[in-house]
Structure formats: C-alpha cells, structure tokens
Write a protein that binds this ligand. Structure first.
Ligand SMILES: [Zn+2]
Length: 167
C-alpha cells in the first residue's frame, strides 16, 4: 500500500474526535505520576487534531493513555507517521507505534483494552499501517521482527473485533 492511499484511508476511518475531558484521557486517574505529567503536557492541546510537535510528548507514553485517549490521538499520530520524512530522519514516533502494536504476551491484555474503542475499520487501518511499514525502505530493515509481531497480534484482534458492531 502506498503512502497516499493509506493517508486517504486514515482520514476516512479515523475521524477526529473531541479531546476526552479531564482524567478520561489517561490510563490511571490518580496516584500515577506518569499519567499526571502526560495530562499536564497535553493541557495546551484541546483541539480534535494535534500538531506533530505534540506527538513527541505522546509516543513514549502511549501506555499512559486510556482507550479514549488512544482514539483521540491516533488520527493525528498516524498522519504524523505517514508524513514524517523517515528516509533522512529516524522518526521515533513511528518506531514506538510499531512496538505498541506488537506487545509482549504479558502486555497483550492491556493493549487490547487500549484498542477496545476502535471499530473494525480502524483496527484494519492499523494493520494496513503495519503492512506499509513492512514495505517501507527504512522500517522494513530497521525492525522487521517487531513489524511482524505487530501484524500477528493485530490480525488476531481484527478477527476478534469483527463480530462487534461498528462504534
Ligand atoms: Zn499511569
């Protein structure tokens, strides 16, 4: 899948949504410093779409975002990955998204929880993102095993979610 086609799909299936209010954005509501820092870092961003500069606060802390948080950031995050110039500059946000979509066994359950508000088309779009990475000149050689791990995990999820209604 080429970049243009995938960008069009992202824009079509990841409709930007309002920012979840207050604590709803994070995994933990109270007593977690990491979640509190992330909420503070994101306070200045209240729009449906986040600028690329905001992604740097997010990419390493995706485990601090709730399912609602993931649903809010993914339209901007995916757009960032697909438009970042990975040929001349290693884009860490793309690297971390690949890792986040291919969790170790012990983190699979919590990852599924974070992805639980996505509909089937959105899950499929994340699979297409990983397929795009698998063909990408840079990512296909940088972390092919992680991409395959993500594809294997996300494809099982795609099947599980296909029986649910479109939310
Ligand atoms: Zn936390």
């Amino acid at each position: 899948m080429n970049t243009e086609t995938l960008l069009t799909e992202v824009e079509k299936v990841f409709i930007p949504i309002n920012k979840p209010s207050g604590f709803a954005i994070s995994s933990h509501k109270v007593g977690c410093d990491l979640c509190e820092y992330l909420r503070k870092d994101l306070e200045v961003y209240s729009d449906r779409l986040l600028p690329s500069e905001a992604i740097r606060y997010i990419y390493g802390e995706m485990s601090c975002l709730s399912a609602k948080g993931w649903r809010w950031v993914l339209p901007s995050y995916l757009h960032h990955c697909l438009t970042a110039d990975s040929t001349t500059d290693h884009d860490q946000a793309t690297e971390f998204l690949i890792y986040n979509l291919g969790p170790d066994l012990k983190y699979q359950k919590e990852t599924m929880q974070r992805l639980s508000l996505l509909n089937e088309k959105q899950i499929n779009c994340l699979i297409h993102f990983l397929e795009w990475c698998a063909q990408h000149a840079y990512w296909s050689t940088y972390c092919p095993e992680n991409i395959n791990k993500g594809l294997a995990f996300m494809r099982t999820l795609g099947r599980n979610q296909s029986v649910q209604t479109d939310r």
